[in-house]
Design a protein around this ligand. Structure first.
Ligand code: ATP
Length: 217
């Protein structure tokens, strides 16, 4: 269990906070608008109503005990930047910032934060990927052009062996894991029999996974 601080409780900040709480973490929420904050008061470990650009107000927070601070102020770029600067001055190491524009991104990147998030762009790419490959439930970029994709196996592939499924992609795409209800299977060989409703994790380059996609639908 970790502790996080989320500054800015708009739709994005609230969604991130609620998911962190659901995942078993504790969250301190910060917003300057008492009305926004009041709505969600019971779920947060601590709730602070303050202007997060005020360094002294931020000192009220137990930032030393936060594993990361998420600055989820998008629209008001000045607030986001001043808040990020104040967090840096207070010595916070892990700062994630939501950026709404290219200019916002450019300036935040100069401040040396751990990660800059572009929710609309990132979600847009994910939605396009989902529309393009409906069989891919989720995917993760792991760098160097490699991806891990999560496939939900449909009825037509029930009983198919892994070697058969991968076909000409063998050697280019690796089967990482199969999850079947509560069970997980690792170190899969070519004879492993896939069942409908299995969740299959595959890794490979984008091109290799793209070539395999028609066999999975
Ligand atoms: P959404 O997540 O709803 O898309 P957004 O990107 O439009 O939000 P904003 O509306 O700028 O982002 O801010 C989100 C929240 O941050 C709001 O609830 C707002 O009250 C809060 N906020 C903005 N500036 C500050 C500040 N200086 N200090 C504390 N909270 C702030």
């Amino acid at each position: 269990m970790a502790h996080f601080t989320v500054i800015g409780l708009g739709r994005f900040g609230i969604a991130a906070s609620m998911e962190l709480i659901y995942l078993g973490h504790t969250v301190t929420g910060v917003d300057r608008d008492a009305k926004v904050a009041e709505k969600n008061v019971e779920d947060f470990t601590q709730l602070l109503i303050c202007d997060s650009t005020d360094e002294n107000a931020l000192k009220e927070l137990d930032l030393a005990n936060s594993d990361a601070v998420l600055v989820a102020i998008g629209e008001d770029m000045e607030s986001s930047l001043l808040c990020t600067l104040a967090l840096k001055k207070l010595g916070v190491k892990e700062i994630w910032v939501k950026a709404n524009s290219r200019a916002h991104h450019t300036i935040v990147s100069k401040l040396g934060v751990s990660r800059i998030i572009h929710p609309e762009e990132e979600m847009g790419v994910r939605v396009a990927q989902a529309l393009n490959y409906p069989m891919v439930n989720d995917y993760l970029s792991i760098g160097h052009g490699l991806y891990v994709v999560e496939i939900h196996i449909k009825q037509p592939l029930d009983g198919c062996h892994l070697g058969e499924l991968l076909g000409p992609s063998k050697g280019k795409v690796d089967a990482v894991m199969v999850k079947r209800e509560q069970e997980t299977f690792l170190q899969l060989d070519q004879d492993f029999e896939i069942k409908a409703s299995d969740i299959l994790l595959l890794s490979g380059t984008r091109d290799a996974l793209k070539c395999l996609a028609p066999r999975l639908s």
